[in-house]
Design a protein around this ligand. Structure first.
Ligand SMILES: [Zn+2]
Length: 259
């Protein structure tokens, strides 16, 4: 039965080859998925670390997990991996948190630039509301070439702040100082102008819309409860019930300049 054996062999050969082609194909598609996932995740991590460093000086893995909406164990694994990559964007020491290197900081600032330019473009040019633009920019920022980023910047005439009042880095990475003074910090009786709001929750921004409050809103702090209770303010805009009572958590997310 020599013929039968040959046939079996060639069939086996065929099956092996098919399996190997299929395996190669699967590993290519798998690798592609891994690459795109990793570069997007990496950009998200660098930006989140940057924002935490700006806010609290150092990025702890628990805070990163909260910000990125993933488990702390996932963050630890990811930052360990990132810290070992040859382009050296971060350093990570257990119990000390994550720090951006010079390279990592440059990359993060580039992501922040794309994000804030996109938010401004979506708001000013396309008319999306300020509570919609953050989520959209989170997706689009990963697909923006340098050429399109520069074109948007030119189209908007090189804006210095995004719709939430956060500074936009220029092409060299320079930007205005992030406003840090919140409404709860100013003295009773002081006049204020809102220059930045915390943009992370769209519910918060929609709530401010309901109160007819936003960037450029001016008013006076009438009183504040020193024990982290509510504040009462009076807005200059007389059309919209100027007197408001704000919870402390709200006032802590409104960045102002005292006038
Ligand atoms: Zn945003």
């Amino acid at each position: 039965m020599a013929g039968g054996l040959d046939w079996d062999r060639s069939l086996q050969n065929y099956v092996d080859r098919f399996a190997s082609i299929r395996y190669t194909y699967a590993s290519i598609t798998h690798t592609r998925a891994m690459i795109s996932m990793t570069s997007r995740a990496k950009e998200d991590y660098l930006k989140a670390i940057y924002e935490l460093e700006e806010k609290v000086g150092v990025a702890k893995t628990t805070q990163l997990a909260e910000r990125l909406g993933v488990r702390a164990a996932t963050v630890t694994e990811m930052v360990q991996r990132l810290s070992k990559e040859p382009d050296r964007t971060i350093t990570y020491k257990h119990h000390q948190g994550v720090r951006l290197t010079h390279t990592g900081r440059q990359k993060a600032i580039e992501m922040v630039r794309r994000h804030r330019l996109l938010e401004t473009f979506l708001h000013q040019t396309l008319g999306l509301s300020w509570d919609e633009v953050h989520q959209e920019a989170e997706v689009l920022e990963h697909h923006l070439s340098e050429r399109v980023t520069e074109a948007i910047d030119r189209h908007l005439d090189f804006p210095k702040f995004d719709p939430h009042g956060e500074p936009i880095p220029d092409a060299d990475g320079n930007m205005a100082v992030m406003p840090q003074l919140v409404l709860s910090d100013i003295d009773t009786g002081s006049r204020f102008i809102i220059i930045r709001v915390d943009p992370v929750s769209s519910e918060f921004l929609a709530y401010l819309d309901d109160l007819a409050m936003g960037i450029g809103t001016t008013g006076r702090l009438l009183s504040k409860d020193e024990d982290h209770g509510p504040l009462s303010i009076e807005l200059d805009d007389r059309d919209n019930a100027p007197r408001k009572t704000l919870k402390r958590q709200i006032a802590d997310r409104l960045y102002v300049e005292a006038l």
